[in-house]
Write a protein that binds this ligand. Structure first.
Ligand SMILES: NC(=O)c1ccc[n+]([C@@H]2O[C@H](COP(=O)([O-])OP(=O)(O)OC[C@H]3O[C@@H](n4cnc5c(N)ncnc54)[C@H](OP(=O)(O)O)[C@@H]3O)[C@@H](O)[C@H]2O)c1
Length: 301
C-alpha cells in the first residue's frame, strides 16, 4: 500500500508516496481504508524538522486527520463498511494517517457526519477537536463573551461555529478584510483586523489561535487559552486573576462524535479550500504553504 513517509527532513520535495507493508490491527484497534485527509500546520513543521525534541524517529508516516471506511472494526462496535473519521496524535505515537490503510485505537475513531462527504469530513478532526477541547477548557457558557483571535482560520473558524452553537457571544480578530464576511456570517459581533479596536478587559474568555497575546482584552478573573505552541507560553496574568493555558490537542473519539452530531444538525461546517490527489502531494503542500486560504487543503487517496 501507499504511504507518505518522510525519510529526511526538508521542503515538500522530500514527500512522495512509497510502498509499505499493510498494518495489522492490534486488539482494540480499527483498520480503516483512507478516503481523504487534510494538511495541518503541524505536518508542515514536522516535515521541515522544526518540531525538535519529541519528533518520532525517521522514517515516519505523516498525517493526523483521516476520513475513511472501516475494513475491520475489531471489538469497537464499528462495522466493516461504516464511514468514520479519526485523529491520530502523530507526534506522540508516530502513527501517521497519510496511508492507504491505517490501524488506530478505537478510542480515536468516530462515525463520520452523514451530512457532508468524506473529503470535507477529513478536514474536521484535528482542527475540530482542538477547537472543542480548548472551548471546554475555557468553559464559556451561553451569554458569556468570547474573543477568538484568528477566527477565520481552520481552528478559529470551527471554534466560532461551535461557540455560537453553545450560545456564546463571540467577537473576532481576523488577519485581513476578506475574512470579515466569514466571521460575520457565522455570528461574530465585533469583527476587526486591528487589535486596537478590541474593548479593554471585557471578555470572559479569549481563544488565541496564532499567538496574538491580546491579553489586555480579557476581563480580570477571566480565562485565556492559546493553541500557538510555537509562540510560547501566555504571559502570566495571575495578578489579574486570569487563568491561562497553551492547549495541546488529544485523541478523542467521543469528541469527534459530538462534532459529527453538530455537522449533522447544521451547526458546524468545515471548509475545503482545495482538494488534491495523493500523487499531487507536493503541489498540495506548496499551496498550503502559500497561505491566504479560505479553508483546508484536503488530499484524496
Ligand atoms: N496546540 C495544539 O494542539 C494545536 C492544534 C491545532 C493547531 N495548532 C496551531 O494553531 C495555529 C493555528 O492553526 P490553524 O490550523 O487554525 O491555522 P490557520 O488555518 O493558518 O489559522 C490561523 C489564522 O490566524 C490568522 N492570523 C495569523 N496571524 C494573524 C494576525 N497577525 N492577525 C490576525 N489574524 C492572524 C491567519 O490568517 P491568514 O490566513 O491571513 O494567515 C489564519 O486565519 C497553528 O500555529 C497550529 O500549529 C495547535
Amino acid at each position: 500500500m501507499r504511504a507518505i513517509r518522510v525519510h529526511r527532513f526538508g521542503t515538500p520535495d522530500v514527500l512522495g508516496p512509497v510502498d509499505v507493508p499493510e498494518p495489522e490491527p492490534a486488539p482494540g484497534e480499527v483498520l480503516i481504508r483512507s478516503i481523504a485527509t487534510g494538511i495541518n500546520p503541524v505536518d508542515d513543521k514536522t516535515r521541515e524538522g522544526a518540531i525538535g525534541e519529541g519528533t518520532p524517529p525517521l522514517p515516519m508516516t505523516l498525517g493526523w486527520d483521516l476520513a475513511g471506511i472501516v475494513v475491520d472494526g475489531g471489538d469497537s462496535g464499528l462495522r466493516a463498511g461504516e464511514r468514520v473519521i479519526a485523529m491520530s496524535h502523530q507526534l506522540g505515537t508516530g502513527r501517521g494517517t497519510w496511508a492507504d490503510l491505517v490501524a488506530l485505537p478505537a478510542r480515536a475513531v468516530s462515525v463520520a457526519p452523514r451530512a457532508i462527504d468524506l473529503v470535507e469530513a477529513a478536514t474536521l478532526p484535528l482542527p475540530g477537536l482542538t477547537a472543542a477541547q480548548t472551548l471546554d477548557w475555557l468553559a464559556v457558557t451561553a451569554g458569556e463573551r468570547l474573543l477568538i483571535a484568528g477566527a477565520a482560520g481552520a481552528v478559529g473558524g470551527l471554534a466560532l461555529q461551535i461557540a455560537r452553537a453553545r450560545g456564546v457571544r463571540v467577537d473576532a480578530l481576523v488577519s485581513r478584510a476578506e475574512q470579515v464576511g466569514f466571521a460575520r456570517e457565522h455570528g461574530a459581533g465585533l469583527v476587526t483586523t486591528d487589535p486596537r479596536d478590541l474593548p479593554s478587559r471585557s471578555y470572559d474568555a479569549v481563544f488565541d489561535t496564532f499567538g496574538a497575546f491580546v491579553t489586555e482584552a480579557v476581563a480580570d478573573g477571566g480565562r485565556y487559552a492559546s493553541i500557538a505552541t510555537q509562540a510560547g507560553p501566555v504571559p502570566d496574568l495571575s495578578s489579574r486573576g486570569v487563568r491561562t493555558t497553551v492547549h495541546q490537542v488529544r485523541e478523542d473519539g467521543a469528541g469527534l462524535r459530538e462534532l459529527s452530531g453538530l455537522v449533522d444538525r447544521g451547526s458546524l461546517r468545515p471548509r475545503v479550500h482545495a482538494a488534491f490527489g495523493l500523487h499531487e502531494i507536493r503541489a498540495a503542500h506548496e499551496r498550503f504553504a502559500q497561505g491566504r486560504l479560505t479553508g483546508k487543503i484536503a488530499m484524496i487517496f
